[in-house]
Design a protein around this ligand. Structure first.
Ligand SMILES: C[S@@+](CC[C@H](N)C(=O)[O-])C[C@H]1O[C@@H](n2cnc3c(N)ncnc32)[C@H](O)[C@@H]1O
Length: 252
């Protein structure tokens, strides 16, 4: 049996009692922190479950899972994932491979950026397509996040930008990086979709010592949000209650 277990939005205290019970009884405990960094204390987590945790990187899981989590089909194997295990498309492939090998898979859900973002006051059902914003590279500067924003705005929807995680390089995108990258795309596209006056919401460390700031991109681009993880939202058409909530987070 393979268990994909959500660690929750912030630290080890966000894990469910169901997860704790399974982990205490598990034969193997693995973790991955490449879809998001773990903001909790891994040693504390090990003490809590009474077992060592072996951290896997992307290639271990995506290229050689039969050498680790799919190695012992008859054992109780667990994989810890920050947030909710299903809020990261990469794990669907893993589930398929486990099923192909005749391994039963059970998902233990947890809190996620996908629901926590509603702490901004923005109605969760009014979010359009979520977009991931990558760090630009030499020959790779995708403008798809800009297109996603444009499409969402056209239908009055809010846009959640998930910011790049480069765990191998210990590099995590900040809200300031994200605003700068989007301004760069605006400079080349010139469609006035993400200007210096565009209103946005920067959110950092939701579920922990969270910071939520609402303001124009020109005001938030130099704001110090502190440690990552960070996310960025550009609101679409606002209901007056959403507007009222956002005002409580206004940049001063
Ligand atoms: C690929 S997603 C993984 C989401 C995770 N599986 C979940 O369910 O929350 C990683 C991105 O989510 C966002 N994120 C995750 N946790 C966050 C938090 N506590 N506060 C703000 N943003 C967060 C960041 O943009 C981060 O780079």
């Amino acid at each position: 049996m393979l268990y994909l277990i959500g660690l929750g939005i912030y630290d080890e205290k966000d894990m469910s009692l169901r997860a704790l019970e399974i982990l205490r009884d598990a034969d193997y405990v693995y973790s991955e922190f490449y879809t998001n960094a773990f903001t909790g204390d891994i040693r504390n987590l090990e003490r809590l479950i009474g077992k060592k945790i072996q951290t896997l990187n992307r290639s271990d899981l995506e290229e050689h899972p039969e050498e680790n989590i799919l190695k012992n089909p008859s054992k109780k194997t667990t994989l810890l994932i920050p947030g909710d295990p299903m809020v990261a498309t990469t794990h669907t492939d893993l589930i398929l491979r486990a099923k192909e090998s005749g391994i039963e898979v059970k998902i233990i859900h947890s809190s996620s950026i996908y629901s926590a973002i509603a702490e901004t006051g923005l109605h969760i059902y009014k979010f359009g397509k979520t977009t991931s914003l990558p760090f630009p590279q030499k020959n790779y500067f995708p403008t798809s996040p800009y297109t996603a924003l444009k499409d969402n705005l056209r239908s009055g929807m809010h846009t959640l930008f998930l910011l790049d995680v480069r765990a191998q390089e210990d590099r995590y995108m900040t809200i300031n990086d994200a605003i700068q990258i989007m301004h760069q795309i605006e400079e080349s596209k010139k469609e006035k979709i993400f200007t210096k006056d565009t209103l946005c919401v920067g959110v950092a460390r939701l579920g922990g010592d969270s910071t939520i700031i609402y303001g124009k991109t020109k005001d938030l681009m130099d704001y110090d949000f502190g440690r990552t993880p960070h996310s960025l939202v550009v609101p679409g058409k606002l209901h007056f209650i959403e507007e009222e909530m956002l005002q409580t987070f206004t940049h001063k």
